[in-house]
Design a protein around this ligand. Structure first.
Ligand SMILES: Nc1ncnc2c1ncn2[C@@H]1O[C@H](COP(=O)(O)OP(=O)(O)OP(=O)(O)O)[C@@H](O)[C@H]1O
Length: 231
């Protein structure tokens, strides 16, 4: 089953007399549970592609279906996005005065009947992303960049997304941290059958089932040393 089908997509931004054509008759198909890495130069359109998939900006031409829904037919896009999609960037969105665990329980009164249940879920997810028990009551400022990103990720996972869009998530991490975060991502995505698209500037990503490169408005499949155009 496909989680994403994007067919014959064109996208351009026009400002005054300048026309910036980002995508030209581009197509993309992603299976459920697949991890796809998309690389591309600075400004090649990686973020725009993820935003189109998340129904945050429409293509000029072509059709995108995500989780079986034609994005143009979705009425309340932000509700739909919140329910099904996790969108993360390299910026963590942690709040200085909340502890690690409180970040996952935000908006929940500790007197609520399901507080204990959510609290257990939060602990489980934090453990799954590699946060230790003694970090649960720490504040963000005492944490490393990679742990901050793991907590941001854990927060998103609390919403049970079926699709994760990770835009240059690891671009400020060193090799070792990147490997650690990637390993975490693979473990939970396999466990929960989450489909993932990651982007990055011209780097490789060992964990991906498939690697694509965005070049001249098209996606090319990268297979070892060979490249071929998808559409
Ligand atoms: N809302 C917008 N209006 C006009 N131009 C835009 C808009 N969003 C992006 N662009 C332009 O489109 C191009 C691609 O931007 P995008 O952020 O998608 O690329 P990217 O590959 O993610 O780049 P980066 O590596 O900088 O994150 C850039 O030239 C950018 O300035």
């Amino acid at each position: 089953m496909y989680v994403i089908t994007a067919n014959n997509i064109s996208k351009k931004y026009i400002s005054g007399n300048d026309k910036n054509v980002l995508f030209d008759d581009m197509s993309l198909h992603v299976h459920e549970g697949e991890i796809v890495f998309i690389s591309g130069d600075y400004g090649s359109g990686k973020t725009t592609l993820l935003k189109m998939i998340a129904a945050m900006t429409p293509p000029n031409h072509g059709k995108i279906k995500v989780l079986g829904k034609d994005l143009l037919t979705i009425q309340k896009r932000s509700d739909w996005r919140l329910k099904h999609i996790g969108f993360l960037t390299k910026e963590d969105s942690l709040i200085p005065y909340l502890t690690v665990k409180q970040h996952l329980l935000m908006g929940l009164e500790d007197t609520a009947s399901d507080f204990e249940l959510f609290s257990e879920d939060a602990k489980y997810i934090l453990t799954m992303v590699g946060i230790s028990e003694d970090q649960l009551n720490q504040f963000p400022e005492s944490l490393t960049k990679v742990d901050r990103l793991k907590i941001t990720l854990a927060r998103v996972l609390m919403g049970n997304p079926r699709l994760l869009l990770l835009d240059e998530l690891t671009s400020e991490l060193n090799e070792e941290q990147r490997f650690e975060l990637y390993r975490t991502i693979v473990e939970f995505s396999r466990l929960q059958n989450i489909t993932i698209i990651l982007t990055g500037e011209n780097e490789s990503c060992d964990i991906a089932d498939r690697m694509l490169k965005l070049e001249n408005g098209k996606l090319m499949e990268v297979n070892d040393n060979t490249k071929f155009i998808l559409h």
